[in-house]
Write a protein that binds this ligand. Structure first.
Ligand SMILES: *Cc1c(COP(=O)(O)O)cnc(C)c1O
Length: 423
């Protein structure tokens, strides 16, 4: 390889990659630029992207609306700390998030990653009860199939059976894991937990769509049941919309589809349209009121160094502008139809367990495990970037993807699913 990629071979001995067994992982492809739904590789090939960089790049890569806003902010100042100083991008973004999120959600705390946004939501929930003078409420109820992050507090509310974090089970606080209340039996089981346990601060769920758990879908009624249960048992409800937020399920937020307002909502991933790390924890006026006091000990004691990063907030504001200027939710609806047309017939295949489509998410779950590294490599040979998780092959494309590129993606998935039958 040419000297200009020396950095790659040298760096490969020093970089520690996410979720990767470094010894056996397939060498990553070198991306030199990205535009819209396309990733350009160093060797001259172009891939159609089916994943959107872990579900973030909803406007496609390098959207000029975001790039220009970032450039303008960069020239003024990339960042200035929120402790004791204020800058326009974060304050504007907080105001806009209050206006666009459901009902009384209106107070935003900014962090740099989704996991930390969930940690902050958990801290708020625990301290909320303390501030109200209610002691002993520090546990959470979460759900099978759920994923809320990779840090210690968040690992403890992920699906405990799911492979990624079982190793750490001993090191994690114990909370309560329930089945999603999708029928009478699971609903009464959840109700029983909440009746029996007086130490629960909040219930946390990825509304409508559990992403990392394998693109598992439940319906709006399930969320309404949760809201009713939390009200009845006087427990806070946290919607982790880090994946579902910003149109992924077809509405701006999954909460909108259900007509349910959680007490706390977390956002991340698509918040900056895939351009910068930024996450948000948004509380209702009522939750916030428990912290708003003369007593300094009632303040929320959390403060990431880069909280409210100005460049990232400028990118997020630009991303919100794009949702106004361009017909994103219509694009999502069109993608949902195309994904349904392409994937639903695969249900008839013997070796396919299930096909799930919601908004700009299409997933095909196989009955049997398959070689994921090999599948990923085959996709690249086919000119697409697609990364199955577990037994699930899925697409989470940019909302701006055109029909032809989307067909290239769905055809590649169908080909791979069909090839897996003959193994
Ligand atoms: C990705 C994700 C997180 C974690 O976000 P990071 O930015 O990776 O820390 C939390 N919750 C959900 C639902 C997610 O999809």
């Amino acid at each position: 390889m040419a000297a200009e990629t020396d950095w790659f071979d040298q760096g490969l001995s020093h970089i520690w990659l996410p979720y990767a067994q470094m010894k056996t992982a397939v060498r990553p492809e070198i991306a030199i630029s990205a535009k819209g739904a396309h990733i350009r590789l160093a060797d001259g090939r172009t891939l159609v992207d089916g994943i959107g960089s872990w579900w973030t790049a909803v406007h496609g890569y390098n959207h000029p609306g975001i790039v220009q806003a970032m450039r303008a902010q960069l020239e003024r100042m990339p960042h200035i700390m929120l402790g004791g100083l204020a800058h326009e991008p974060a304050y504007r973004l907080a105001t806009r998030l209050a206006a666009m999120t459901p009902q009384t959600l209106s107070k935003t705390f900014f962090t740099e990653s989704g996991s930390v946004a969930v940690e902050v939501a958990m801290k708020i929930a625990v301290q909320y009860w303390r501030n109200l003078g209610v002691t002993g409420r520090s546990k959470f109820v979460s759900f099978k199939g759920g994923y809320h992050g990779d840090t210690f507090a968040t690992m403890a509310v992920c699906d405990p059976e799911e492979g990624m974090h079982t190793l750490f089970a001993d090191a994690l606080p114990k909370h309560y894991t329930a089945d999603l209340p999708t029928d009478e039996a699971s609903l009464s089981a959840l109700s029983d937990i909440l009746s029996a346990r007086k130490d629960v601060a909040a219930l946390i769920v990825e509304p409508l769509l559990q992403g990392a758990g394998g693109m598992l879908i439940h319906n709006e009624d399930t969320l309404r049941e949760m809201r009713a249960l939390c009200d009845r048992h006087n427990i806070l409800l946290i919607f982790d919309e880090i994946f579902t937020g910003f149109g992924r399920t077809g509405a701006m937020f999954a909460a909108d589809r259900a007509g349910v307002c959680p007490d706390i909502m977390t956002l991340g991933k698509a918040l900056t349209g895939g351009s910068c790390p930024l996450a948000a924890t948004i509380a209702t006026d009522e939750v916030y009121a428990a912290f708003h006091a003369d007593d300094p000990h009632k303040a929320l004691m959390h403060g990431p160094t880069y909280s409210g990063h100005a460049l990232a907030c400028a990118a997020a504001n630009a991303s919100l502008d794009l949702f106004k200027k361009e017909p994103r939710l219509k694009q999502v609806a069109a993608i949902e139809r195309s994904l349904g047309d392409a994937f639903l017939p695969l249900r008839a295949l013997q070796h396919v367990r299930d096909v799930r489509v919601i908004g700009a998410v299409g997933a095909v779950e196989m009955k049997h495990p398959f070689n994921i590294e090999q599948a990923r490599a085959e996709f690249i040979k086919d000119g697409v970037f697609i990364r199955p998780i577990g037994k699930v092959i899925y697409l989470t494309p940019a909302y701006t993807i055109d029909e032809e590129d989307l067909r290239i993606l769905t055809n590649a998935v169908i080909r791979r699913v069909e090839a897996l039958a003959t193994r």
